[in-house]
Write a protein that binds this ligand. Structure first.
Ligand SMILES: [Fe+2]
Length: 249
């Protein structure tokens, strides 16, 4: 497999490129609008063609690059069917697999950050988990908006993700301190919110006490991402640049 972990600085987001060496088909998990050109150039340099984009969830902190990537490359847009987004070409159902070339991801429903959130698991020695904003390195996604729920987050991680092999590599949707990869075993042992000896009640208290500010882009990012990354009219001038000239279609 051809694999790249790509970073977008303004939202501290990770985008993952997974390419099949035989078919030369690639996917991007959670592409960001600001870095569409970089991602397409890389795909071209690697001799790959973009088959699809996959979202883990409807993001509140940045606009997805899915729609622009489709316009520029002809790729398909995929994401959780639970989101009920008509702009997506491929609706992914819970516990099904998504195949491209000789590669295959399993779609795991892990509510908590949002109620429709997916993580994607690539089996292997070791396996790789693309967790979006569910389990993160020494942390997890927030649970205080977009139908988030701390009790559900706890169940998703303890009852579902923590049943994966301990050596499974954890690739999160964000990291704000430059960390790139962890493992399921490492998070069970030391995640300050989610190590094994923290109870559901203690976790819910930790999440309640965070009292985080609303994301700067939430007012336009959520409706924009519900349209697969179409910039809504209410994007403030300082964030409009990556919207660019609207391509018809
Ligand atoms: Fe998110």
């Amino acid at each position: 497999m051809i694999f790249r972990q790509l970073f977008e600085t303004s939202s501290s987001s990770y985008t993952y490129l997974l390419g099949c060496e035989t078919s030369r088909l690639a996917i991007l998990i959670d592409p960001v609008l600001e870095t569409v050109s970089r991602d397409l150039e890389l795909i071209q340099q690697l001799g790959l063609s973009l088959y699809a984009t996959l979202e883990t969830h409807v993001h509140a902190d940045h606009l997805t690059g899915a729609r622009k990537l489709k316009q520029l490359s002809g790729c398909q847009i995929a994401g959780p069917a639970l989101d009920k987004l008509a702009c997506r070409d491929i609706q992914l159902d819970v516990d099904t697999t998504f195949r491209w070339g000789e590669l295959e991801l399993t779609c795991l429903h892990v509510p908590g950050h949002t109620d429709t959130h997916f993580a994607y698991y690539l089996a292997g020695e070791p396996g790789m988990l693309f967790s979006g904003d569910s389990l993160m390195i020494d942390g997890c996604g927030r649970t205080d908006f977009q139908a988030g729920n701390a009790a559900e987050m706890y169940r998703s991680i303890h009852d579902h993700l923590y049943t994966l092999p301990n050596d499974t590599l954890l690739y999160p949707g964000h990291d704000y301190q430059g960390r790139r990869v962890s493992s399921i075993g490492q998070e069970k042992a030391r995640n300050p919110r989610l190590k094994l000896d923290i109870s559901p009640a203690e976790f819910e208290q930790i999440m309640t006490d965070l009292k985080l500010p609303q994301p700067t882009k939430i007012q336009f990012a959520v409706p924009g991402n519900e349209a697969c990354g179409k910039c809504p009219d209410n994007v403030p001038a300082e964030f409009k640049k990556p919207c660019g000239v609207e391509i018809q279609g």
